[in-house]
Unconditional design. Structure first.
Length: 239
């Protein structure tokens, strides 16, 4: 197995401003910082990989960036969190425009937000909307139970600090135009590269693919790139 290391050191400053915002999510510790390195890596590969799989996708900024920048033909998102997965399910499988319009038309204020999040979703669409709403109004975008609402926020705007309905609408509609090239694996549990989850993805994807495990931002991160059997490529992140 041939390997090629790419090292990310503190002295190598990653300009996250160079990464267009594609995702409707906001995440603490998201993978935006990783996109320039993945972009660099994908551009170095010949032939171009056909498919990129992003386990623990979250906001899916790596997969979306690769797809929008024409670095791969197809993207597979893998997300075990059912709330997060519901958003991608809705966006990919035919209700993206409805979600975008619902976000744009939502009567946003403290009362309506709390009422919407207090309701128990009965459909996957309701769950997806509630997930986006919660991600935008809770501190740091944290979706975990018990996370508190934003208080002061930007310029004293409180919970409205991260609610940009027209921006979210445009991002979702942009993804809509590429949804035929995105597929989703939802609800699978995995915590490491090379587990049963990855094996299941491998058995169902096309050849010449990229495997992207969950990335954790550390001060020093080494990305080891491996050529697997000449037909698949992947990388594992290790501190």
């Amino acid at each position: 197995m041939a390997t090629e290391p790419i090292s990310l050191r503190e002295s190598q400053v990653i300009n996250v401003a160079s990464v267009p915002h594609r995702s409707p999510f906001r995440y603490p510790g998201g993978k935006t910082w990783l996109v320039p390195r993945i972009r660099q890596w994908l551009k170095s590969l010949n032939p171009r990989p056909f498919e990129l799989a992003e386990p623990f996708a979250g906001g899916a900024i790596v997969g979306l960036s690769a797809l929008f920048e024409d670095l791969v033909h197809k993207v597979v998102l893998v997300e075990k969190d059912e709330d997060v997965a519901s958003v991608w399910e809705v966006v990919i499988n035919g209700q993206a425009r409805r979600l975008a319009q619902t976000i744009a038309g939502f009567d946003f204020n403290d009362e309506t937000v709390r009422a919407a999040l207090a309701e128990q979703p009965t459909t996957i669409f309701e769950r997806a909307f509630a997930t986006i709403l919660r991600n935008r109004v809770q501190r740091g975008g944290i979706l975990a139970p018990g996370a508190s609402f934003l208080k002061k926020g930007e310029n004293g705007r409180g919970i409205a600090s991260r609610w940009y309905p027209n921006t979210l609408r445009k991002r979702i509609e942009a993804i809509l135009h590429t949804r035929q090239d995105i597929s989703l694996f939802a609800g699978m549990e995995s915590n490491s590269f090379g587990t049963t989850l990855i094996e299941q993805i491998l058995s169902s994807l096309s050849t010449r693919r990229i495997l992207l495990p969950d990335a954790v931002c550390t001060n020093t991160l080494s990305l080891t790139i491996a050529n697997v059997s000449g037909s698949r490529v992947g990388f594992a992140a290790t501190s």
